[in-house]
Write a protein of this length. Structure first.
Length: 187
């Protein structure tokens, strides 16, 4: 399998409008075609950054999924012009799983299940926080990845959700980022 970690830096103040548009309108389109694992908003490090993880059987599945999404008129003509007007920069990394967990395996089993649009008034975010570490992490991880392509060319670890996202240890030189998961995020 290959795992695609995408990061978008949004215009200042645009994170919530982007995420509300995605959750309330774009989610059914994207999740019908792309294998969604997780979606987060960064709370530390560079701000106004969203991260999302997609897991594909291989490059051919990725190509087929993205081509199918590109045929969705409402995605291309409605969502993309509104949402990407809020994006300043995009970054993409391709990863290979080096270790997983039961939670990761469960999410992998659900990755192709379409998700409904967020109902008005329902929470946008999940309650607990997650952490990603660019570099080596100690302790229990949801998943650890090694880079195949894209920068930074460091291992990536996703730590378990917690109400206290600063209760972990990382190797010297690693760069942890606290993430706020979206309510629909499988991880």
């Amino acid at each position: 399998m290959i795992h695609e970690w995408r990061s978008y830096r949004l215009k200042p103040g645009a994170a919530i409008p982007y995420l509300e548009l995605l959750a309330g309108y774009g989610l059914p389109f994207v999740s019908r075609h792309l294998p969604l694992m997780g979606y987060w908003l960064a709370e530390t490090g560079p701000l106004n950054v969203i991260h999302h993880l997609w897991s594909y059987a291989d490059w051919a599945e990725r190509e087929a999924c993205r081509a199918a999404l590109a045929k969705e008129d409402e995605w291309v003509k409605e969502f993309i012009p509104k949402a990407f007007a809020l994006v300043e920069e995009q970054q993409n990394r391709m990863l290979r799983l080096s270790s997983g967990s039961g939670l990761f395996e469960k999410a992998l089993g659900q990755r192709r299940a379409p998700l409904p649009a967020r109902e008005a008034g329902s929470p946008l975010f999940a309650g607990d926080f997650a952490v990603i570490v660019n570099g080596e992490a100690y302790g229990e991880t949801v998943a650890a990845f090694r880079p195949l392509s894209g920068a930074p060319c460091l291992p990536l670890a996703l730590l378990s959700r917690s109400p206290d996202p600063l209760s972990f240890e990382c190797a010297v030189g690693s760069c942890p980022t606290v993430l706020r998961p979206l309510a629909f995020s499988r991880l």
